[in-house]
Design a protein around this ligand. Structure first.
Ligand code: ZN
Length: 247
């Protein structure tokens, strides 16, 4: 019924092929809304299995699927919501070796992972393959969102050139969070994907959106493309994906 979508738009959604990496706190709401909107082909990648401690934020899973691979648990939930969507579960850890094969055949990548190494790997792979990427991240009460259109706008490394030191990465990744925050960011990731598919509105190209859940405040920060960027800059030093870059 929306003039921005219409029958044409519904057709575009149905033909779209979206890859969601991670079906945890971000991938659950993102996957839910993409499925509900009628995105026709959704590949979900995750190597984990459902644990009771996940359930305060990972709403694609339930007490009935504890112990099950997350991709199977999420598939059952998404298919029950919309049986017309083709869900392809891939139970794998994303690595420098397999990521190009996973991305191949998809129009848009949604980064819903929970660690820096994978976030940098997904960014670099999308830049090298020229694939559009919607990236989300969460820490405690704060969430971040950005949309990367390779060589048209910035990439993740234009702002954060390299991964933080190992001890900082570890403390950030084990910091804990409040479930509704990834709910907000994952939902916005789905909205960015829908706009990219429909070609409507403005996405967060060259912008980072920061959400402060404690203060209920959104802030948009401009992130220009960096000509010195190691992957999308004028003289890139990352020209292929090597495991040692991400360990
Ligand atoms: Zn860049």
């Amino acid at each position: 019924m929306l003039p921005e979508v219409g029958e044409d738009g519904q057709e575009k959604l149905f033909n779209a092929r979206v890859l969601v990496i991670g079906v945890g706190g971000l991938g659950s709401p993102a996957g839910y809304y993409l499925t509900a909107a009628g995105v026709g082909n959704l590949t979900i990648v995750d190597n984990d299995q459902v644990d009771l401690s996940n359930l305060q934020r990972q709403i694609a899973h339930s007490t009935k699927t504890i112990g099950m691979p997350k991709v199977e648990s999420a598939r059952a939930m998404f298919e029950a919501l919309n049986p017309d969507v083709r869900i392809s579960p891939v139970r794998q850890r994303v690595t420098a070796e397999n990521i190009s094969g996973l991305i191949d055949g998809h129009d848009i990548v949604v980064d819903c992972c929970d660690n820096f190494a994978t976030r940098f790997l997904i960014n670099d792979a999308c830049v090298l393959l020229g694939k559009r990427l919607v990236s989300g991240a969460i820490l405690r009460f704060e969430g971040q969102l950005t949309t990367i259109l390779p060589h048209e706008g910035h990439c993740y490394r234009c702002e954060f050139e390299d991964m933080p030191p190992a001890d900082i990465m570890h403390s950030l990744q084990t910091a804990g969070l409040v479930g509704a925050v990834p709910g907000v960011i994952g939902t916005l990731q789905a909205l960015e994907v829908l706009k990219l598919i429909l070609g409507k509105g403005d996405v967060l190209k060259e912008h980072l959106l920061i959400f402060d859940g404690l203060k209920t405040r959104f802030r948009r920060v401009r992130v220009p493309r960096n000509p010195e960027c190691p992957v999308c800059g004028n003289k890139p030093r990352i020209i292929s994906l090597k495991t040692e870059i991400y360990s």
